[in-house]
Ligand binder design. Structure first.
Ligand code: ADP
Length: 537
């Protein structure tokens, strides 16, 4: 027997309608390339969203067509998020930090028809335009007086594009499983793969990630998304804020700019923010050096890669801010787990808490998780058994966009995250490695992350990457690429000796190669593919 409740589709349009009705006067503040502090309300925003929807409709786009963005976090990008998806098109957010060959690959793969770009990326598009046959137009996110000129492109000014269009728009009745947005993984293992979110997955993830055991976002928060809107939808914050009625503060391209971030936090009363570890390290160093406090800031989410304990504790001790670790992937929308303290651990010692805080947290409802060994047997949550982390749920990808082998999940209906993890008895997950980075020496697994963490524990090492090199006897042996801190002359022997007594002898790297810098992907992660290529030549 079915229930007798309404069949009301979960669409981004319903999020927009809600914010418009219930929170019209809540502010959205932005730093943009043409205005250091733009300010308007949800009501104003959605009027302009309607104007944009009319302008897009006039282009003759069909439902499902892809419209791309190459832009920082600001109000015009927010308008695109809502207008494109609610009109029934797909909002394809492109990471401008990708290599230009990757941008070319994904624009062509997605068959983007129009591209909305910040002025500073116009040269990137000029360089590629001859190789982008599906593009019919490029719209620059600025006002007429700030328009860049171009010999190669027929640029359209965003403000002119929407001007004169009606502030009313009749949105189509979408089905909740219709596609809403498209985001490509950063391609650490080959060409980028497209993850095609639906309206339903976006709304459910927006609700799930805003819940008390996750980001805990209410109408009292002032939220500053530092994580880019081109990186997994800024971890859903443009949606979560609208459905929670919270004020948004968009930092534009000033994501690494200590003075701008600090004045945004203190002038606007920011209570909550989210970003990757390097953002927090830079902000912390700036605040410490200048002796500035951030009294309104309560919580910051740190994710994307592991965060050192020293930074989490420095935020607590010096800034009175709770820096909370969260984990996820493009394929999980992204939120899968986050650190919150269970009441049963209220009496845990400082030492136990330190161990917990650096883990990747508790799974949130909506992301069912299990660990399996390499034969596929499920492993216990005992804090020591480690294996592949598999997940499933309503905001986990089941297939990649337009690929020959389209399934993202295995035959058993679980998605293999590529992370090797443990779960402890309380349910806290800890990543020990990426499966492709594990080093197998003499049939035993060595965690590359553990070797890297121990290397940077050395006071003279700035950054390190561990990979396995081919070895006749052992199959693979670990080696370290390391960057010395400025002025250091530490030797390979000294670094190797520092591992003694900290890990089993056979896990200690045999070789250290010092380099000036390590390669990183567009999302700031170590690019070990490049290091492996370096070894094979
Ligand atoms: P890509 O897989 O293309 O690098 P993602 O941004 O989706 O792009 O990266 C997801 C991966 O990032 C996860 O599988 C995990 O290995 C890593 N990651 C995410 N959050 C954390 C975290 N809090 N701690 C450690 N690693 C993390």
């Amino acid at each position: 027997m079915n229930g007798l409740m309404m069949d009301f589709p979960l669409t981004i349009t319903s999020v927009m309608d809600y914010a418009k009705k219930v929170y019209p006067n809540v502010e959205i503040v932005s730093v943009t390339s043409d205005n250091p502090r733009h300010r308007y309300t949800y009501k104003d925003a959605f009027k302009r969203v309607n104007q944009l929807s009319n302008a897009l409709a006039a282009l003759g786009l069909q439902q499902g067509d892809r419209v791309a963005t190459l832009a920082w976090n600001d109000y015009r990008h927010f308008e695109l998020y809502y207008s494109v998806s609610c009109s029934g098109y797909v909002c394809h957010t492109i990471n401008p930090r990708l290599f230009s060959e990757q941008i070319e690959f994904i624009v062509n793969h997605a068959e983007d028809q129009y591209l909305f770009t910040d002025p500073m990326f116009v040269p990137v598009i000029e360089g590629l335009i001859e190789k982008l046959p599906t593009l019919k137009g490029v719209i620059v996110l600025t006002s007429e007086e700030h328009m860049p000129s171009s010999d190669k492109l027929d640029l359209i000014c965003y403000e002119n594009f929407i001007a004169g269009h009606s502030e009313e728009f009749n949105y189509p009745q979408l089905e909740e499983n219709n596609a809403s947005s498209l985001c490509y993984t950063s391609g650490t293992t080959g060409n980028p793969k497209g993850v095609l979110y639906s309206h339903r997955s976006t709304v459910l993830h927006g609700l799930g990630s805003g819940a008390p055991n996750a980001f805990n976002i209410s109408n009292r928060e002032v939220v500053m998304p530092i994580v880019p809107m081109f990186h997994v939808n800024a971890w859903s914050l443009p949606y979560t804020c609208a459905l929670s009625g919270s004020k948004i503060v968009f930092p534009g391209n000033k994501m690494a700019d200590g003075p701008t971030l600090t004045s945004l936090i203190n002038d606007e009363g920011v209570t909550f923010s989210a970003g990757v570890p390097t953002v927090w390290l830079a902000l912390y160093n700036y605040l410490k050096a200048e002796g500035i406090a951030v009294p309104t800031l309560e919580r910051c989410i740190v994710g994307g890669s592991a965060c050192p304990l020293s930074l989490i504790n420095a935020f607590r001790d010096d800034l009175d801010v709770n820096l909370q670790t969260a984990w996820g992937l493009t394929e999980t929308s992204p939120l899968g787990s986050i650190f919150t303290l269970k009441p049963e651990l209220d009496n845990a010692s400082e030492e136990e808490l330190d161990k917990l805080k650096v883990k990747q947290g508790l799974p949130i409802f909506g992301v069912d998780s299990k660990i399996v060994d390499f034969e596929g047997n499920e492993l216990p949550w005992d804090g020591t058994s480690f294996g592949q982390l598999k997940v499933r749920g309503p905001w986990v990808a089941k297939a990649y966009y337009n690929m020959e082998k389209t399934d993202a999940h295995e035959e058993d209906g679980w998605f293999d995250t590529g992370d090797i993890v443990t779960y402890d008895k309380h349910g806290y997950m800890q990543i020990t490695d990426r499966s492709k980075d594990l080093i197998k020496s003499g049939g035993e697994w060595i965690s590359s992350i553990e070797l890297e963490n121990l290397a940077v524990d050395h006071p003279e090492i700035a950054e390190a990457a561990a990979i396995g090199y081919e070895h006749e006897k052992w199959g693979e042996r670990p080696m370290i690429f390391a960057v010395r801190k400025e002025g250091s002359t530490v030797s390979a022997e000294e670094l190797i000796a520092s591992y003694q007594g900290k890990i089993a002898k056979w896990c200690i790297p045999d070789i250290v190669e010092f380099v000036d810098e390590l390669p990183h992907t567009a999302t700031g992660k170590l690019d070990k593919k490049v290091l492996r290529q370096k070894l094979s030549v």
